[in-house]
Design a protein around this ligand. Sequence first.
Ligand code: ADP
Ligand code: CDP
Length: 691
Amino acid sequence: MFSTEFLDLPPLASAGGTVTLPGSKSISNRVLLLAALSGGTTTVHDLLDSDDTRVMLDALQALGCGVRRNGAQVQIDGLDGRLGVPGAKLFLGNAGTAMRPLTAALAVLGGDFELSGVPRMHERPIGDLVDALRQLGCRIDYLGNEGYPPLRLGRPALALDAPIRVRGDVSSQFLTALLMALPLAAMHGSPATGTGASSPPPEGAPRDIVIEVVGELISKPYIEITLKLLARFGIDVQREGWQRFTIPAGARYRSPGRIHVEADASSASYFIALGALAARTSGSNGLKIQGVGADSIQGDIRFIDAARLMGAQVTGGPNWLEVSRGAWPLKAIDLDCNHIPDAAMTLAVMALYADGTSTLRNIASWRVKETDRLAAMAAELRKLGATVEEGADFLRVTPPASVSHWKAAAVHTYDDHRVAMCFSLAAFNPAGLPVRVLDPKCVGKTFPDYFEALFSVTAPQPDAVPVLCIDGPTASGKGTLAAAVAERLGYHLLDSGALYRLSGLAARRAGLEPEATHADAIAALARKLPVRFTADHRVLLAGEDVTDLIRSEQAGMDASRVSALPAVRTALVALQHSCRTLPGLVADGRDMGTVIFPGARLKVYLTASAAHRAERRHKQLISKGFSTTMESLRADLEARDARDSSRSVAPLKPAQDALLLDNSDLTVDQSVDLVLSWWQDKQPFGAVPHD
Ligand SMILES: Nc1ncnc2c1ncn2[C@@H]1O[C@H](COP(=O)(O)OP(=O)(O)O)[C@@H](O)[C@H]1O
Ligand SMILES: Nc1ccn([C@@H]2O[C@H](COP(=O)(O)OP(=O)(O)O)[C@@H](O)[C@H]2O)c(=O)n1
């Protein structure tokens, strides 16, 4: 996951290959709650690992459920309708799929619970659910604003004789919450008085429980998911149209033992759109999406129909889809999107590539999601150059009038995963502009590795992957600076010195003195270096961890000597070029800006006085347990400077267009901030990274 302040997406050109999607958020959290309410143990396969599911798992654990994780598999020891650790205070982040069903289940069960979340959660209405629950005798108090979390739940005196009425026109999550909670009452009958949290509700006469929906029910497909999952857990709800739902008397949750979570159909929408709007990467067979098929139980899968209307070609099987570009430009649409509220956001971005004005209707529910999505989408689409009309419940998008009307935008994401994922698709703009996504980690809500998945199936426009070079003499702080800058930008890091150090080590191990007579043999070793850089910054040579070994002064000297051999330098070129991958690269060395990446967008030539460098290296080596003296170090580094600067091939010198930075009197943080400000100046997003 990218946890950077922003992520710059270079202009993208094509898509191809296979992407495997994470499990659905809606299904994951419903399954977790149902497993918790059932008796026995449920093994959940392919559970989504995200902020919202973690929130739910933590809450269930706090309520006394056994939770065991084993990769994408989780075992839940259910409590057979007897959930409840009295006095539990549950923090539910911004997870509506946890807040609503838990409110209902805990309010029906009774106990002293407090449910709260992040500030945005306290702006998301819950009054209609609370009204419905109060109607049936639940005791619920608002701890903040009337109609919104946080909530305190007390002990109910359930009255289930009359049908329970719930509004269906604000969010279908209210009805889902009631459908999942009320079998608790049907299971035990309706107690006349409140029940203790830790003791089972007393038995009464089991009776049918009826829910009536007031107003037109929105997001019906989500209710279908709820009903299908309830059936898997032994509860067969009878439905009359979308107005009346009956939970039969004596209904009882039964664990299915094991259950698989489908991949998220809303997440699939970004890749369906990608296949529809990107050219096919040469040599690939189009874009395959693994984990969800056209017969999915999730309503958002109907996004396929909308994408087809816009021109996408979609085929598929039970657990996969294949998408490619059909009509191009895409065809403008005018569509009622009530049945695909989440995925419809993706259509708004596809509309940027359409042949006219598109209108998305009946999407008022966007206003009460993670953010006011109608306002958010309108504002961010406008930043890209689109003309947008925002109505109470519709959005009308006209693409930029011509290529030159597209604008490079820093997209604000409002802590809303879907806004971030949608706008990544703007990187296919015909103007070849990059797109900045602010706060990219918000995708953690449902799809933590979204951007990694996107990069794995997309190809950039030629030469579009940005490179930032940092060259300079030994111990000037290149490695430190490069690593910090790469981390702040979310870019890959090329420590080219390590490649020369590894080549020197490989030569030594092969019994070759690092000198000209062995140049070809060492070059042959360098060309096939069995090197691997791990995510935790270790360097492996043929599987052996040599991270510390290659940092000795001896290894540095050997590196300097092999690096003077032209054949070795040539042998390492392809490996260095192969590191330039999405979303970008920070390259550290001696000739990054002069030879390897001459077209790099920013080149920094980093120096510090010999005295400062010797002192820094001394501290560094002593802290790693190597014994050395300042005098020998200074002599070594001056010898290395001389050799690096005087060699015939790729001598150490600043590139003509490099910016010089003498950091003798700067701290590491000051150097990092300065280089990032230079980088920022090269971007088309304006001076400040925020809007
Ligand atoms: N601006 C700086 N001020 C003080 N010390 C620094 C600075 N930059 C780097 N250092 C320290 O100097 C040492 C050598 O830095 P390193 O990044 O390994 O240099 P290089 O890659 O250029 O050989 C490290 O211990 C590092 O923490
Ligand atoms: N791009 C590069 C990187 C390193 N090198 C050589 O490899 C040696 C080790 O590189 P390094 O960056 O790890 O060295 P230090 O700067 O840390 O001493 C240097 O002394 C250079 O001679 C090079 O020639 N070209």
